[in-house]
Design a protein around this ligand. Sequence first.
Ligand code: FAD
Ligand code: NA7
Length: 486
Amino acid sequence: SRENFQYDLIVIGGGSGGLAAAKEASNLGAKVCVLDYVTPSPRGSKWGLGGTCVNVGCIPKKLMHQAALLGEAIEDAKSYGWVFPQAENIAHNWETLKEAVQGHIKSVNWVTRVELRDKKVEYINGLGSFLDANTVHAVVKGTERKLTGKYILIAVGGRPRYPNIPGALEYGITSDDIFSLTKPPGKTLVVGAGYIGLECAGFLNGLGYKATVMVRSILLRGFDQQMAQIIEAEMRHKGVNFLHRCIPKKVDKLPDGKLNVTWQNEQKQEFNDVFDTVLFAIGRRALTQDLHLEKAGVRTAADGEKIDAVDEQSNVPNVYAVGDVLYKRPELTPVAIHAGRLLARRLFADSKQCMDYDNVATTVFSPLEYGCVGLSEEVAIERFGADNVEVYHGYYKPTEFFIPQKNYANCYLKVVAKREDSQKVLGLHFIGPSAGEVIQGFAAAIKLNLTVKDLMETVGIHPTIAEEFTRINITKRSGKDPNPAS
Ligand code: FAD
Ligand code: NA7
């Protein structure tokens, strides 16, 4: 029943969550339109349809991480017998990488548009805002349009924050700019030690640029802290510099174009150094300011920015939200997609299935990757008490590390489980090559109530690194040495 509305569903934001919901709704017979508009970054970066993940997030990030891994592989290859006649001339070309990455992104933008056309989802390249709970105002190339919909989905995602210090906005860049930089980044200061900061510092270092991470408090807030420390140890080993307990105070541009950054430590002592690039990765803000939520009566959460929804429904019954704009939900592409799809099925196919935000696996693509699913050791202990939690752990040596004599000191994994009986697994943590590939399947096992007993009864695949999960037998409680025997 379309009643008196032009659309069954208007989606504001054509990123991971919005597009998934729009396509599913259209498949189910709904009349759908998607508004997507990218406000250029302060440095002027802009991009096409598809949202953060495709344009300035997961995809370019993974490709640049891969570029860095390949540089490492060239080194490894020599010890495996590969001969590079001009080995001393091996260098990386930023321009070539940037062009290749941007080329791929453009092709995904194109495929996304074609897909929307095929699925009969109307795409409007305009900035949307509410006029009331059923009416969206859109500015499309200077002209104004009024669209009415039975349901409205807010899927506007977020954008990087800047610190409020002199020079940050003028001279700094963010993840919105790094993947399309026309000039090589050079010596780079990364401010912020969340996963985005660490990933950027990691691939820049791997590509041959000096990278420094400025850490305000801890690395990877919200992640298992022992694993965060191991990531830092490995990044240091690879050459990344860390400045702990420091905050930036100002960025000045020098006559030669370089950036002089002044920062302060906890004792309020000031320091400075000169960088080619300053990248802020200090978190993201939800893009709700331009939406005029008040006109629809939609309330924001305690932070004044995000939307606190119950099963993706806002306080206004016909207005929903998915993805990064949701309060206290994991900011991950597959989460946005899954929630968007399930919502479309509930709205247009009588489904009752709701999104389960627990036990979502994720990976930090640091130089040595970190994959995890479920609870960190500290959260498990907080929730169940130290006496009721068993932690199995071990260092391991990937077979392929031996010949090139790569550093395996930081290849580590742990299983956080309940202590009783069959020991239900609460969390799995893995640092090593291809950590995301290792963890994904175990995430399915956790959904099926994996126990430590199940892991121990699983026969491994040899020689792999994932098989380490089937070999865990040392508990932290035992105090035994978690290092491998040989
Ligand atoms: P988005 O994808 O941000 O899409 C929102 C869209 O709405 C944007 O195009 C925006 O311009 C548009 N919009 C905003 N306001 C309006 C308006 N008023 N009118 C019209 N359009 C509007 N996730 C992973 O799962 N794995 C990763 O490896 C990963 N790596 C990341 C790396 C980086 C550097 C970043 C920044 C993010 C990464 N993420 C990763 C997170 C992932 O990109 C997001 O969780 C995901 O894109 C969120 O999808 P979304 O639909 O909520 O919003
Ligand atoms: P995160 O994960 O929110 O991390 C932000 C990092 O930046 C974190 O280390 C913060 O330190 C630090 N930070 C925040 N504000 C400042 C200021 N003003 N100065 C210096 N350092 C600061 O953000 P990301 O950008 O990595 O990722 C964005 C989201 O995408 C994230 O929420 C994920 O869920 C997905 P703190 O720990 O607060 O001291």
